[in-house]
Design a protein around this ligand. Structure first.
Ligand code: NAP
Ligand code: MG
Length: 404
C-alpha cells in the first residue's frame, strides 16, 4: 500500500509519563507505516514546558487556531510533588486549562463502545456524549459563612452607577450564602458548539436545566439555546433529520436512563462534571473515553479523557511489563486524522481513521485486550496483553482489514 499523503499539518502535542510511551508506539506501529504523517510537533511534556516556561503550550494552542485540528497526549498538571520531582521553575497551570482559555471551547466526552464491555445500564447500546459547559456557575463563585443574624443581599452596580438590589435571606442564625454568574457570550458559544457538534456527528441534541426553579438564570440558558437554534440551526437540523429539544434536567435524567443512547447531552458546568463521571463509569472504563474540545470558531482538539497513568509509568521505569490501555489515545489520533481528512477533502485519510478504529474494536471483540478491560469483560477467556503487544495486535488486525 502506498503511504497516504497529508496536505495540511496536524498540530501534535506530545505529553507525559505512560501516555508519552504509548504515543510513540502508536505513531511507530499504527500511523507511520501507513501515512506520510505531516504534523507540527509541540512537546508539552513537563520537562519542555519547564524549559520554555510554558510558552510551548500557548504556541501549540495558537497553532491549533492556525491549522484547525490538534491531537494531544495526556499531560501532568503540576502540584507540589511534581515541583520537586521535575525541579520546576513555577507551578504551571493545567495545559488543558490554558488551551481551553485560548480556544474558548466546549468539551465533548464520548465512550468507545465494544461488544464484551457492557455498560451497567443494559439498554445503553449506543454511546452517550456529554457536552459540558466549561465556564462559570459554582466554579467561579463567591461564598461565605454567616455567623450571626442579619440580612444577605445581592447587589449589582452598573458602570454608570445604576444599582440593582435583591434580598437573598434574612438570617436569624448562622448559615451560608453564595453568589455566582455566567455570561451570555459564553452561553451562546456553548450552544453553537453543541449544535455544530451534533450536526458533525449526526446525533440529536438534548439539553436540560432547571428553569422552573431558576426562572432567570437557568431560563436564560434555555432561551439562548432556543434562539440560536431557531435562527441558525433549525434548517440544518431538519435537513439532517436531527432533533434538538430542551427539558427539565430531572426529566432528561429519567429519559437518559431509559434511552438506548446515541445522542449528545448538553449540560451546564456542574451537571456536566457530575454526569460525565456517571456516564463514563457506567460505560466501563475511563480508558475507553475520548474527549474533544470544539471551539465556536471550528477548531478541534482531540485527546484521551484519562491522565498520564503515573502508576504504570513507574512500573515501566523499573523495567517491569505494563498493560496500559491505549484505546482512547489511538481514538484521539483517529478523531484528529478523520477531521483533518474531512476538512481537506482527503478521503483516504478519513477512511484510514475509520479502519484503524475498526481494527481496535475487532481486536478487543476478538478477545485480545489490556488488563483493565480483561477484568470487566463478559467475553470468556480474554487474552491479556502488554501495552506493546496490544498495539501490535491492533496492527495485525489492521493489516488484515487493509488486505480485504
Ligand atoms: P490517570 O492517569 O487517569 O490514572 C488513574 C488510574 O486509572 C490509573 O492508575 C489506572 O488504574 C487507571 N487508568 C487510567 N487510564 C488508564 C489506561 N489508559 N489504561 C489502564 N488503566 C488506566 O489519573 P491520575 O493518576 O490521577 O493522574 C496522573 C497524572 O495525569 C496527573 O499528573 C494528572 O495531572 C494528569 N492528568 C492529565 C489529564 C489530561 O491531560 N487530560 C487528565 C487527568 C489527569 P490502576 O493503577 O488501578 O491500573
Ligand atoms: Mg469531575
Amino acid at each position: 500500500m502506498e503511504k497516504i499523503q497529508m496536505t495540511t499539518p496536524l498540530v501534535e502535542m506530545d505529553g507525559d509519563e505512560m501516555t508519552r510511551i504509548l504515543w510513540k508506539m502508536i505513531k511507530e506501529e499504527l500511523l507511520l507505516p501507513y501515512i506520510d504523517l505531516n504534523t507540527e510537533y509541540y512537546d508539552l511534556g513537563l520537562v519542555h514546558r519547564n524549559e520554555t516556561e510554558d510558552q510551548v503550550t500557548v504556541d501549540a494552542a495558537e497553532a491549533t487556531k492556525k491549522y484547525g485540528v490538534a491531537v494531544k497526549c495526556a499531560t501532568i498538571t503540576p502540584n507540589h510533588a511534581r515541583m520537586d520531582e521535575y525541579e520546576l521553575k513555577k507551578m504551571y497551570k493545567s495545559p488543558n486549562g490554558t488551551i481551553r482559555a485560548i480556544l474558548d471551547g466546549t468539551v465533548f466526552r464520548a465512550p468507545i463502545v465494544v461488544k464484551g464491555i457492557e455498560p451497567c445500564v443494559r439498554n445503553w447500546t449506543k454511546p452517550i456524549t456529554i457536552a459540558r459547559h466549561a465556564y462559570g456557575d459554582i466554579y467561579k463563585n463567591t461564598e461565605f459563612h454567616v455567623e450571626k443574624p442579619g440580612k444577605a443581599e445581592l447587589v449589582y452596580t452598573s458602570e454608570d452607577g445604576e444599582e440593582k438590589r435583591a434580598l437573598i435571606q434574612e438570617f436569624h442564625g448562622p448559615g451560608v450564602v453564595m453568589g455566582m454568574h455566567n455570561m451570555e457570550a459564553s452561553i451562546a458559544s456553548f450552544a453553537r458548539s453543541c449544535f455544530n457538534y451534533a450536526l458533525d456527528t449526526r446525533q440529536d441534541l438534548w439539553f436540560g436545566a432547571k428553569d422552573t426553579i431558576s426562572k432567570t438564570y437557568d431560563a436564560k440558558f434555555k432561551e439562548i439555546f432556543q434562539r440560536i437554534y431557531d435562527e441558525e440551526f433549525q434548517d440544518k437540523f431538519d435537513a439532517a433529520g436531527l432533533t434538538y429539544f430542551y427539558s427539565l434536567i430531572d426529566d432528561i435524567v429519567a429519559r437518559v436512563m431509559k434511552s438506548e443512547g446515541g445522542f449528545i447531552w448538553a449540560c451546564k458546568n456542574y451537571d456536566g462534571d457530575v454526569m460525565s463521571d456517571m456516564v463514563s463509569s457506567a460505560f466501563g472504563s475511563l480508558a475507553m473515553m475520548t474527549s474533544v474540545l470544539v471551539s465556536p470558531n471550528g477548531y478541534y482538539e482531540y485527546e484521551a479523557a484519562h491522565g498520564t497513568v503515573q502508576r504504570h509509568y513507574y512500573r515501566h521505569l523499573e523495567g517491569k511489563e505494563t498493560s496500559t490501555n491505549s484505546v482512547a489515545t489511538i481514538f484521539a489520533w483517529t478523531g484528529a486524522l478523520r477531521k483533518r481528512g474531512e476538512l481537506d477533502g482527503n478521503e483516504a485519510l478519513a477512511a484510514f481513521a475509520d479502519k484503524l478504529e475498526q481494527a481496535v474494536v475487532d481486536t478487543i471483540e476478538g478477545g485480545r485486550m489490556t488488563k483493565d478491560l480483561a477484568v470487566i469483560t463478559s467475553l470468556k477467556h480474554p487474552k491479556v496483553l502488554s501495552s506493546r503487544d496490544f498495539i501490535l495486535a491492533v496492527r495485525d488486525t489492521l493489516e488484515k482489514l487493509i488486505e480485504e
